[in-house]
Write a protein that binds this ligand. Structure first.
Ligand code: ZN
Length: 312
């Protein structure tokens, strides 16, 4: 994916392009085939682009503004929110993602994809989705049909409705190069090995429904020398879970897994429920928060293990 740092929309499009491209190589889309071209120009029939609009009878959904959106994207894919509104001619109006939009998404997804591959719903600024629209979409976001991807781009994740947010896998926008990805691993090689082993112990015990073994691994995590190390472990676990999730979704290529670890991830993906990685990531995040608040470490990790055990 040849993208520049920053700019979530170009990155999202690069991600979709990679997913859709029919002649990708070396971990990148070709950028030249007809599919790639249509993705870049946002004219692929299996991509819906949704953004806040001022809905009216004449223009009820984002699709009614699609030519303005394409034009803006071509001129400046790094546009800001206010530039979008001025391109759509709705400056100063109340812009939202409302129920007609949600209904239109559902009705399109009820039909099969035009090209028989992935279908994507890109939602730009999901924080502008009102509660009724979110309720309409909830079930679909929670359990999308096969080969259907919801990609939401927000600058203010804390403002996205919790019902929607809690069903999403959160990816920070960084260019997905191997180098950047490596940065999430503990710097110290010894640390990396310890954390990998510890995570493997915990995960294996959980997946074998061995509660005692899992609690023991939890105790080891609580026994890491300090809160910083414990937090690093939680962050590390989050990254491993993210990769397991991607493998489960058939997106192994995007997980950028070192060759020596591929087997572990493939196994792991079959050993837990598909809902596990997302749920577990949320629990590790919660544990990180509690670690920052000086709650007793043994309690934090015992509680974490209990929760993981329930959902694995
Ligand atoms: Zn291509």
């Amino acid at each position: 994916m040849k993208t520049t740092a920053g700019g979530a929309i170009p990155l999202a499009l690069a991600f979709i392009q990679y997913l859709y491209c029919r002649s990708r190589s070396d971990g990148d889309s070709c950028g030249e085939c007809p599919v790639c071209r249509r993705v870049t120009k946002l004219i692929h029939p299996d991509i819906q682009f949704i953004c806040p609009i001022a809905s009216s009878k004449e223009k009820p959904t984002s699709e009614s503004y699609i030519s303005e959106i394409r034009e803006l994207l071509e001129k400046n894919p790094y546009f800001y929110e206010h530039e979008l509104y001025s391109a759509l001619g709705i400056e100063g109006k109340q812009a939202a993602i409302a129920v007609p939009e949600a209904r239109s998404i559902l009705s399109k997804l009820s039909l099969s994809g035009v090209e028989g591959g992935w279908r994507t719903v890109m939602v730009y600024l999901p924080e502008k989705m009102n509660a009724s629209a979110a309720n309409t979409l909830l079930k679909m976001v929670e359990e999308p049909p096969e080969m259907t991807l919801f990609l939401m781009i927000t600058h203010e994740p804390e403002k996205v409705l919790r019902t929607i947010y809690s069903r999403c896998l959160v990816l920070r926008v960084i260019p997905l190069s191997g180098e950047d990805f490596a940065a999430v691993h503990p710097e110290d090689a010894e640390d990396a090995t310890r954390m990998t082993d510890l995570f493997a112990d915990l995960f294996n015990a959980l997946s074998e429904k061995d509660l005692l073994g899992a609690l023991e691994a939890g105790e080891q995590a609580a026994g890491l020398e300090n809160r910083e190390k414990q937090k690093t472990f939680c962050k590390f676990a989050g990254e491993v879970l993210r990769r397991i999730f991607l493998v489960q979704q058939g997106l192994e290529d995007l997980a950028l897994i070192p060759e020596t670890e591929v087997e572990f991830y493939r196994q792991a993906a079959t050993k837990c429920r598909k809902s596990f990685p997302r749920g577990a990531m949320a629990y590790f995040d919660r544990a990180t928060e509690l670690l920052e608040r000086n709650v007793n470490q043994k309690i934090i990790f015992a509680d974490l293990v209990d929760k993981l055990y329930m959902i694995v």
